[in-house]
Design a protein around this ligand. Structure first.
Ligand code: ADP
Length: 399
């Protein structure tokens, strides 16, 4: 029995993949959207078959999981039994530095992190509780987006705020996308042909959300997201770094409430705020057509990343590779070239043809004489969660 179900439960959606870990193969996958709305939709795909779409109202997460289990059907890998269920949990706070085998106490500890991630942890918890009720005999493992960054030293994670206040309210940099940074770091070391503990990497996860991590010998030593995923890079709809006084200014001068500012910075800013489009393909299309606003936004997006590369090169002292991943990082030669432009002094040389070539494989897009290789490594957060889940049930880790 080597099947692992990975659940990524949001407030109104459930994404899932069923893996045969013997073959590292996806047996089935799908997405249930708009839970609680009139028009919920389940798209389910079984390996080697056409996707099936079911449109019907799904009132809550419990009904959602039932609908998903029905979609698997009687002959699916689900019916053969599961080795474990792995859950993506966004915020593990200061408590979790590794995946945790779920029990009542772990559920409570995840609940304690809700104030730190009010939009994410409640959905993740619902997924865990519903799956525990449906599969009481199956081990469940929580895998945290923040855990990989728990190795950051105080100089990287501490904000310069009064200590008592930070400590009472648990204010510090946590970082996110940890599962992805960890996954691509390992793959990048493989591609370089060197053991992970001896390589220093700067990994750039550029999706709708985006973050950079400085990784020394396989351990995260700094990352661009902070207490929440708002800090750092320019993202699809998030502003990234700002002068914090802008928040007070918006409140005083524009009369915006703090909730309205929260929405503005998280949902209406970034590329969407700059250009009206949060999809990088659209921004690139407009920039290619000569749209000056889109060009400037693209330049700003790449420049912000480049500044972090410079900062993390200084933090690491030696960089063995730059690694691009996620939707934009894997698919956009324009962004990769834009980020690396001007980094020649630092030994970075992008090869035009390699950078343009499309591939789903880990690969180098730098020239053979580039002192610092530039790699593209597809991320696979679900497979990483499945692997960490199996590892956690094999050797329950101390918490
Ligand atoms: P998330 O998991 O954070 O929702 P993804 O990692 O799937 O996001 O990345 C989504 C982003 O990737 C979108 O902004 C999309 O425009 C971008 N993207 C996907 N394909 C391309 C491409 N060929 N060129 C540029 N951007 C792309």
């Amino acid at each position: 029995m080597s099947n692992v179900l990975v659940l990524n439960t949001g407030s109104s959606s459930i994404k899932y993949q069923l893996f045969d870990m013997g073959r590292r193969a996806v047996l089935a996958s799908g997405l249930l959207e708009r839970i609680g709305e009139e028009a919920s939709r389940l798209s389910h795909r079984t390996e080697g078959a056409d996707p099936v779409v079911v449109d019907r109202r799904v009132a809550d997460h419990r009904e959602g999981l039932v609908a998903i289990f029905e979609a698997f059907g009687p002959s699916s890998g689900l019916a053969d039994g599961l080795a474990a269920i792995g859950h993506r949990v966004v915020h593990g706070g200061q408590r979790f530095s590794a995946p945790a085998v779920v029990d009542d106490e772990v559920v409570e500890a995840i609940r304690e992190q809700v104030p730190l991630a009010p939009l994410h942890n409640p959905g993740n918890l619902l997924g865990i509780e519903t799956a525990r009720a449906a599969f009481p005999a199956t081990p469940q493992v929580a895998v945290f987006d923040t855990a990989f960054h728990r190795t950051m030293p105080p100089r990287a994670y501490r904000y310069a705020l009064p200590r008592d206040l930070s400590s009472r309210l648990r204010i510090r940099r946590y970082g996110f996308h940890g599962t992805s940074h960890a996954h691509v770091a390992r793959k990048a070391a493989d591609l370089l042909g060197r053991p992970l503990p001896v390589v220093n990497l700067i990994t750039m996860h550029l999706g709708n959300g985006a973050s950079v991590a400085a990784i020394a010998g396989g351990r995260s030593v700094d990352t661009s997201m902070g207490l929440t995923p708002l800090e750092g890079l320019v993202m699809g709809t998030r502003s990234g770094d700002l002068d914090p006084a802008i928040v007070f200014y918006l409140h005083r001068e524009a009369g915006l409430s703090f909730d309205a500012i929260d929405t503005l910075l998280n949902k209406e800013s970034g590329m969407k705020g700059l250009t009206g489009a949060n999809d990088m393909r659209e921004v690139e299309r407009r920039a290619g057509g000569g749209d000056a606003t889109a060009r400037e936004a693209l330049d700003l997006y790449c420049y912000r990343i480049r500044k972090y590369v410079g900062a993390y090169a200084a933090a690491l002292g030696r960089v063995d590779a730059l690694v691009f991943t996620a939707g934009v990082g894997e698919n956009s030669p324009v962004v990769r070239a834009g980020v690396c432009e001007g980094l020649e002094w630092f030994g970075v040389r992008v090869d035009g043809a390699r950078n343009q070539a499309r591939s789903g494989q880990p690969r180098a897009v730098s020239t053979d004489d580039s002192t610092v290789p530039v790699l593209v490594v597809p991320t696979n957060e679900e497979l990483e969660i499945a692997e960490q889940t199996l590892a956690a049930i094999a050797t329950p880790l101390p918490r």
